[in-house]
Design a protein around this ligand. Structure first.
Ligand SMILES: Cc1cc2nc3c(=O)[nH]c(=O)nc-3n(C[C@H](O)[C@H](O)[C@H](O)COP(=O)(O)OP(=O)(O)OC[C@H]3O[C@@H](n4cnc5c(N)ncnc54)[C@H](O)[C@@H]3O)c2cc1C
Length: 312
């Protein structure tokens, strides 16, 4: 049996690889970046755990999948500007990526992109960016729509055409650590459409004693604005005193997918998924929701779909 190629090493791709392994289906995972995690990147610095991407989540999401990964005690409380009951990972969201990747024995290829996909004699052919061709019995697409669109141009042009309109908002995620007395709690920014949300925690797993960590999402900031200037501006706007102990600024060009906000999105995606050839499955956040539980489930379902295809 030829193996399955999983394209993308974010949560969706890793969950798919894990499920393939459970089903004893051989796989290769290809990831264009040198690290796994996609939109997740965590860093430990000066006693703080900073998240440059996904940081805070709804407590009442379905977190039951954490148990199987040994992460049932991994969440800590976070407060946010909308007074929601949120949680974060005690050692950063990367904790989940690492747990998903642990024990995976398939082949992992990093720093290599899949450029396009074709079919030949009942199997898939994948053209890599270095010109190499791979063959695969099945493919799991766990990359964002803007990349999938290009990969599928030849093999499913009508699918690709629809994904071409897929738009995103940019976001700059800013983490700032303070001594507790220096940051007003709750922090209040002058009303501004450019700051859609912010969240903070003083959980001892994430910050040193008597410190606090703020994570702000800022829209409409050009990439060229210097990180220090952004931190200083936020510091001034919320009337913090002292100096930040630590900060981290991450600019994400294509962060928030826009189409999922449209009422017809789910129906459209169902129609699109039906255009995929047998042996090809889709499992990324651009297709059915960003929540982590959905990512894990979508990855697992994609692997199961491939498993069913092999049985048929
Ligand atoms: C900046 C940011 C902040 C977020 N914050 C939150 C939050 O606070 N709370 C929350 O619930 N959710 C948040 N999310 C959403 C959440 O992070 C995502 O839903 C989830 O991580 C997506 O996982 P994924 O595997 O589907 O996609 P991704 O994480 O995008 O992974 C896709 C992977 O595919 C790789 N790839 C792309 N093209 C190719 C190619 N041609 N060949 C090989 N590999 C390729 C990419 O490098 C990437 O690693 C945030 C997302 C972003 C971007």
């Amino acid at each position: 049996m030829r193996d399955v190629v999983v394209i993308g090493g974010g949560l969706s791709g890793l969950a798919a690889a894990r499920e393939l392994q459970r089903l004893q289906i051989p796989y290769r995972l290809i990831e264009v970046k040198k690290r796994l995690g996609g939109s997740i990147i965590s860093e430990q610095r000066a006693g703080f755990t900073l998240d440059g991407g996904a940081f805070a989540f709804h407590r009442d999401d379905d977190w039951s999948f954490l148990k199987e990964l040994g992460l049932e005690d991994a969440l800590c409380p976070v407060k946010d500007s909308h007074r929601r009951d949120l949680v974060a990972f005690k050692q950063g969201s990367q904790m989940l990526v690492d747990a998903l990747a642990q024990g995976l024995t398939g082949t992992f290829i990093h720093r290599m992109a899949v450029s396009s996909i074709g079919t030949l004699d009942g199997h898939f052919t994948l053209c890599l960016e270095n010109g190499l061709m791979w063959e695969a019995a099945a493919v799991i697409l766990a990359a964002p729509a803007r990349h999938t669109e290009r990969m599928l141009r030849t093999v499913v042009p009508e699918f690709s055409q629809k994904l071409m309109d897929y738009g995103y908002d940019t976001i700059t995620r800013v983490s700032i650590g303070y001594e507790k007395d220096d940051m007003p709690v709750p922090p209040i920014f002058p009303w501004d459409v450019a700051i859609p949300f912010y969240a903070w925690t003083d959980d001892p797993n994430r910050v040193p004693a008597d410190h606090i960590l703020l994570n702000v999402g800022v829209r409409m900031l050009p990439r060229a604005v210097k990180a220090d200037a952004i931190v200083q501006e936020l510091h001034r706007e919320m009337k913090a005193s002292g100096k930040p102990v630590v900060s981290r600024v991450d600019f994400w060009e294509d962060a928030d997918p826009l189409p999922p906000h449209l009422p017809e999105f789910d129906a459209k995606m169902t129609t699109l998924k039906n255009l995929l050839p047998a042996g090809m499955a889709l499992a990324g956040s651009d297709y059915d929701g960003f929540e982590f539980a959905k990512r894990i489930r979508a990855g697992q379902q994609a692997a199961q779909k491939v498993g069913d295809y092999f049985k048929s």
